[in-house]
Every structure is written in C-alpha cells, then in structure tokens.
Design a binder for this molecule. Sequence first.
Ligand code: GRF
Length: 202
Amino acid sequence: MKSIVILISGRGSNMQALIEAALPVRIAAVISNNPDAAGLEIAKKHNIETCVVDHRQYSDRAEFDLLLADKIDLYRPSLIVLAGFMRVLGGDFVNKYKDKLINIHPSLLPAFPGLGTHKKALKEGVKIHGCTVHFVTSEVDHGPIIIQATVPVLPDDTNETLAARVLLQEHRIFPEAVHLFVEGRLEISGSSVKVCNEISEN
Ligand code: GRF
C-alpha cells in the first residue's frame, strides 16, 4: 500500500476528511509547522504519527524547507498532501517533490489565489465560487488542476456562510483526488491533468 504524508497548519478538517475517507493508502504521518495546530490532536486520536517542524525555529525559509523535507523523507511517501498548510514552500522543495505534492485551495483557481478567497469572491460579486485540488508548482496556488467543485454564491452570503459551503466541497473532492493519485490514474500533461480510467500499479 502506498504511503502519504499530510502537512497541516491549523484546524485540520481537510486532513480529517482524508482520514475518514478510509482510502486504500497508509497515512504515514501528519506534520505541522505549528505546534498548536488543532489537527495534530485529531491525528493522534486516529493513532497517526504526528510531528512538528516549527518554522519559527529556523532563521530562513530554505533551512525550514530542508528540515521539513528530511522529516518527510523518513516516511518515504508516494504523495505529500498540503491540507491547510499555510507556509509558502520554496522552489527547491517544490522541485524535489515534483508531481508528488498536491494542495487544496478554497477558490476556483486561477481566480483568487492567496488568502481571503471568500471575501474576494464576495467583493467581486461572482455568482459561482468553489475549491480546487491541484499539483503544486513554485508559483503559489498555481499548478495542474486535478479536481474543482463549484458552489453558488447566494445573495445573503457572508464570509462565513460561503466558507462553510465551500468547505463541504473541499471535504468531498480532496479525498477523491488523493484516491485518484494513489490509484495511479492522474496523468499530468503540461498544465493540465488527465484522469485515466485504467488503474496503474506504478
Ligand atoms: C481550507 O479552506 C483549505 O482549502 C485552505 O486552508 C483551509 C484549511 O482548513 N488551504 P482545514 O485546516 O483543513 O480545516
């Protein structure tokens, strides 16, 4: 069975959705850059190994990235999953795990990269909003898109109501994307991802 490592920074609801999906994959570890991430407790309750690489202990990003990679490599994962991991990863780190690093973002990329996506969607008056699971490249919130899900933006929406509607979809498509990856059904071609019908053993 393939192994994955999940990186978190906070609440961990997407990580929890991955755990509860009971995918045919071993969650080898959950690593957080934030020692106070609530998600760490959730992982522990599921008997998943946890580890903290606190970014505040390192003088620069490159050093943090190296230490983080060392930790990840201990578990020899086939896939590294960014589930609400709020640190920007440097180019060397991203290249090291090319095509093995995926992220969930709460907008329909390429619209609204960065933080505050729901606020931005409300400000722009978009009628459709959503979330994206994508392979990570060195450009933040950018990279070949695996799955997207849409939600309507309703006239009375607040940041909170819209975020909650999107989050439900995140919890649905993130496990689906990881499942496709572990079945070897994702083929990256330039900036797009093809979902193959055939399950590959590689
Ligand atoms: C999610 O909205 C995710 O898309 C974004 O950060 C949030 C993390 O939430 N990258 P959680 O920690 O998974 O609950």
